[in-house]
Design a protein around this ligand. Structure first.
Ligand code: AMP
Length: 452
């Protein structure tokens, strides 16, 4: 399977960002507290700012997170503060984030034939985090050229940095007279949310070349729609960008390639509904986790089923929900990843049989297990590591529940395939595992279709 996958070429867009990681140390924190003053900080914690506009907002939310030990993410809305962060903290590591970024680097690590990655913004600091082999499409003298992405950066492009402050249980510091001891290890994430980076689109000069890009690849993996806004200061809105996004998909599909959308959570119900109803019917394949099934059902009007999935987490509800989503939005294949199992739902007429679909899911979980074991996949041989990871201890239970669901639900019009996951007990990293599963399953799905 791996060899067949490696013969494929793929395009991925739109979201990539810099993840800058800081291992928080007590001295840095104490310095920050001393420079802002404990009383000022306490007052700001009381106000509980929902977004970060100035340094004191950050310090207040950080200390609040440290006190409770709960992981939290707060958006940074003031672009000017990049400088303050970069001057105040030394980053222990910078790595790529964002689904398209993670997927591009994963495919380059597997050395698939050709990897083309596109993000509307490509500042140098981001371009440098892509792996060798990733190509970026540019237009030169009226022609499409694929350049090594590291060389294709544009000075002055807006930068999306998510700053991840990791903290350890037991760290102690003083807020005035109060001594605080961090109760749990965790992370505090400051995510960039500026208007400049929320225009998720293909730039005008490249758009006419999307059919040509489509002809050069076997599949496209699209993601990042969660970064859209309902309104922009120039009067544009989500509807405008979603119309453009639909044109992109149709242009890529002129070459009759498969398109996969990797869905990520969208807080705003209106935006979630717009993305789902505009985009899903145009693509072939959609990937998501089980919580997303419930969130999508809830905006499609299936509140009771959504609540049931949230409360009980039962396989049969996930299957029923998946069948509804597949039918209402009418695409070719839905892939769902959960901690204990992966699932495909297709209509009955899918060209692949159940065994082939199961093979594709197994390829996905094996790839994810390799990545969880090693932290990253830097060469194709590393896939083998995943083959040594056992299927999780609830595999039999999963199979039993699946058989039960088959008896209860009317599934004759569908093919539903469930495969237990390979789970690494002490993963080096869990970043991007969902994206890894979806890349592995989608590419192997295409490879299997080729056999027919
Ligand atoms: P996400 O959190 O959406 O990136 O995806 C998490 C997915 O990765 C889960 O649905 C699991 O199938 C898989 N996963 C999570 N933890 C592990 C692990 N320790 N080893 C292997 N796979 C994992």
């Amino acid at each position: 399977m791996l060899d067949e996958v490696r013969k494929l070429s793929a395009y991925t867009a739109y979201n990539a960002n810099v993840d800058a990681i800081v291992n928080l140390r007590a001295e840095i924190l104490q310095n920050l507290i001393d420079s802002f003053g404990a009383d000022e900080i306490r007052r700001r914690i009381e106000e509980y700012p929902r977004e970060i506009r100035e340094p004191l907002d950050f310090v207040a939310r950080l200390i609040h997170a440290l006190k409770t030990g709960k992981p939290m993410a707060v958006p940074l809305t003031n672009e000017e503060m990049h400088r303050w962060f970069d001057e105040t903290f030394k980053y222990d590591m910078e790595r790529i984030g964002g689904q398209a970024g993670i997927i591009a680097n994963l495919m380059a690590g597997l050395k698939v034939k050709k990897v083309i990655a596109y993000t509307p913004f490509l500042p140098k600091r981001l371009a440098e985090l892509f792996r060798r082999g990733v190509l970026y499409p540019v237009v030169e003298e009226g022609k499409l050229k694929l350049r090594p992405i590291q060389e294709a950066y544009r000075e002055g492009d807006p930068l999306k940095v998510n700053r991840i402050f990791e903290f350890r249980k037991g760290m102690k510091f003083k807020l005035g007279d109060e001594v605080i001891e961090v109760p749990h290890s965790g992370r505090f994430i400051v995510s960039s949310r500026f208007e400049s980076i929320s225009r998720i689109e293909t730039r005008d000069e490249l758009r006419p070349f999307l059919p040509e890009i489509g002809r050069q690849v076997d599949g496209a993996i699209l993601s990042g729609y969660q970064g859209l806004r309902l309104q922009y200061s120039d009067g544009k809105d989500a509807n405008y960008y979603l119309r453009k996004a639909k044109e992109d998909i149709m242009a890529l599909k002129e070459a009759d390639i498969k398109v996969h959308v990797e869905f990520a959570s969208i807080q705003d119900r209106k935006l979630r509904k717009k993305v789902v109803t505009n985009i899903f019917p145009l693509v072939d394949s959609v990937g998501m986790d089980e919580a997303e099934i419930a969130y999508i059902l809830s905006v499609l009007g299936y509140r009771d089923l959504a609540d049931r999935i949230f409360t009980y987490n039962r396989i049969e509800d996930a299957i029923l929900g998946g069948m509804i989503i597949l039918d209402e939005l009418n695409f070719e294949i839905l892939q769902v990843h959960t901690i204990y199992y992966l699932m495909y739902i297709t209509h009955r007429d899918n060209p692949l049989n159940e065994d082939e679909l199961a093979k594709s899911l197994e390829f996905g979980t094996t790839l994810a297990a390799a990545r969880a074991s090693l932290g990253d996949i830097t060469k194709p041989e590393e896939y083998e590591v995943g083959l040594k990871v056992p299927f999780n201890e609830r595999s039999d239970y999963v199979k039993l529940r699946f058989e039960e669901a088959k008896r209860k639900l009317r599934m004759r019009e569908y093919k539903v395939v469930v495969v237990p996951t390979r789970l690494v007990s002490n993963p080096v990293s869990t970043v991007g595992l969902g994206d890894t599963i979806s890349t592995g399953t989608f590419l192997s799905y295409i490879a299997l279709l080729r056999r027919h």
